[in-house]
Design a protein around this ligand. Structure first.
Ligand code: AMP
Length: 509
């Protein structure tokens, strides 16, 4: 027998096996009324109500519903209410500015845009889909007791489209199917050993590859979700203490924040010998990995993956063989991206690009056949990352083939920033590169050639703020007389990066 692998399975199991348990503790302090503590029965009822509301609006199966929100119980509900009824959720990064949001809403063809009250100002000019402010009409949106139209379960159906900045000026929509999400969630949970004793703190934004899919697996196993709206080191430690948190995920920048807060923390650090923290987005420094074990007393786990791979491709977790090593030796081994996750095959192309094959690899880029063909050429997914695989099977990411900067765990397309800056009348040429930074991993840096006008770095930053999300704005603007180019006029990014990266052993940070 074969039954379709759909994300509904996770919530269905939680409702049957753990109905009375507290499922989700919503953020108490938020602009919409907090949903408070919800049991799995209450959560599942609201998710059915959400689906019934989409029936009432006439959003068809396959119709797109966009959401732009900080982490919240309502956002978590949308994964089940929207995707679980055969519609497609488009989670949007809440840091984007209106121009960027408008592009995604339009490109995805969203019929409804759900928006957190705090972000309403970011969408005032977006008129065409129905805009619904979360929390305004809860009785209608999540009406209890309403039964949605049945959906014929289809694992090949698209569940989410996640927009990610890549090699093009505009972000690409990554189409992930129910099967992609299911396999990612189950494999991830297996590797992490997720159980009904897990209490998960949402330090990772839910829009980022659907919170890496951990929320699905955790739900299926009956764990609890503690919603966190804003990442703050001391607050994270407080919540870990208050709720007995066991699991969290984040970019290395989140870990740095926690370590800073730990230095000021009075009394024992909460979660010692209990918390496991999963880190990805950039290779974390060995000192950080060691501090997680020694200062916090938590288990450090590294994963590697992309939006296009749902995201799990590799995991590096302390193994029995590491027990007798010193913390520093262990940290060095855990600094690698890891071994392939169950069901994943990895290879490195002759020019050093990491290639992957897995049931977690995307179906397609939404409405972009050429990009899909290119990414999946030869039956392998081309990650755009440079790496090596050691004799013991461990992948290390050493380089980035694509022109992407990763800062605080978020992708920034250099080309997108260059495009925006070139609209400034005084800028004649620009190259945007990442330079290594202790706190953020990499800093977006603009090398600018002007037309001779006396434009300041501050003016350029203020100009880019009108067009780009805060995390994409150059943190440094450096003026140059000319930029290194090839004979055909192409920017020589490697040469431009060289003075900033010459002391590093890898070309990513
Ligand atoms: P995203 O699609 O936003 O999740 O970004 C994916 C990119 O993040 C990858 O292509 C890598 O460049 C980078 N990345 C993710 N995990 C790691 C890791 N463990 N080590 C190095 N780079 C990583």
């Amino acid at each position: 027998m074969e039954t379709p692998l759909v994300i509904n399975d996770f919530l269905a199991r939680a409702e049957v096996a753990y109905g009375d348990r507290v499922a989700v503790i919503d953020e108490a302090d938020q602009p919409a009324p907090s949903l408070g503590d919800l049991t799995w029965t209450e959560f599942a009822e609201r998710s059915r109500g959400h689906a019934a509301w989409l029936d009432y609006l006439g959003v068809p199966v396959g119709g797109r519903v966009a959401i732009i929100s900080q982490n919240s119980a309502r956002m978590l509900l949308s994964f089940f209410g929207v995707c679980g009824s055969g519609r497609v959720l488009v989670p949007i990064n809440f840091r984007l500015v209106e121009e960027e949001i408008a592009y995604i809403v339009e490109h995805s063809g969203a019929e409804v845009l759900l928006v957190d009250p705090e972000l309403v100002d970011h969408v005032t000019g977006i008129g065409h889909p129905r805009v619904v402010v979360l929390g305004d009409d809860d009785d209608l949106v999540y009406g209890l007791g309403r039964t949605p139209e049945p959906w014929t379960r289809d694992e090949a159906a698209t569940a989410t489209i996640n927009y990610t900045s890549g090699t093009t000026a505009r972000p690409k929509g990554v189409q992930l199917t129910h099967r992609n999400l299911w396999i990612n969630a189950v494999t991830f949970s297996l590797h992490l050993g997720v159980s009904d004793r897990d209490i998960y703190l949402h330090t990772l934004p839910l829009f980022h590859v659907n919170g890496w899919g951990v929320p699905f697996g955790l739900t299926g196993m009956g764990g609890s979700h503690i919603v966190l709206r804003k990442v703050d080191g001391a607050e994270i430690l407080r919540r870990i203490d208050e709720h007995g948190v066991t699991l969290l995920c984040g970019a290395p920048a989140v870990i740095s924040m926690i370590l800073e807060a730990a230095a000021e923390w009075e009394g024992p650090i909460p979660g010692r010998d209990r918390v496991r923290v999963v880190v990805a987005g950039a290779p974390p420094p060995t000192t950080v990995i060691e501090a997680v074990e020694m200062t916090l007393g938590w288990e450090f786990i590294q994963i590697y993956g992309l939006t296009e791979t749902s995201p799990l491709l590799t995991m590096n977790r302390r193994r029995a063989e590491y027990d007798d090593l010193t913390p520093n030796e262990r940290a060095r081994l855990l600094g690698r991206a890891g071994t392939p996750s169950l069901g994943t095959a990895l290879d490195v192309s002759p020019d050093g690009e990491v290639l992957a094959r897995s049931s977690t690899v995307l179906e397609a880029y939404w409405d972009n056949h050429a990009a899909t063909e290119e990414a999946l050429e030869g039956g392998w997914f081309h990650t755009g990352d440079g790496g090596t695989i050691s004799a013991d099977g461990y992948l290390s990411i050493t380089d980035r083939k694509k022109d992407v900067i990763i800062t605080g765990g978020e992708n920034v397309s250099s080309i997108e920033v260059e495009d925006a800056l070139l609209h400034h009348p005084a800028i004649r040429e620009v190259a945007v590169i990442g330079i290594p930074d202790e706190q953020w991993g990499e800093l977006v840096t603009a090398l600018v050639v002007t037309d001779g006008s006396a434009v300041s770095a501050e003016e350029i930053v203020a100009f880019s703020r009108q067009h780009l999300a805060g995390y994409k704005i150059p943190r440094k603007v450096l003026f140059r007389d000319e930029l290194a180019r090839t004979a055909t006029g192409k920017l020589q990014k490697a040469k431009l990066r060289e003075p900033f990266w010459s002391g590093s052993d890898r070309q990513v940070h």
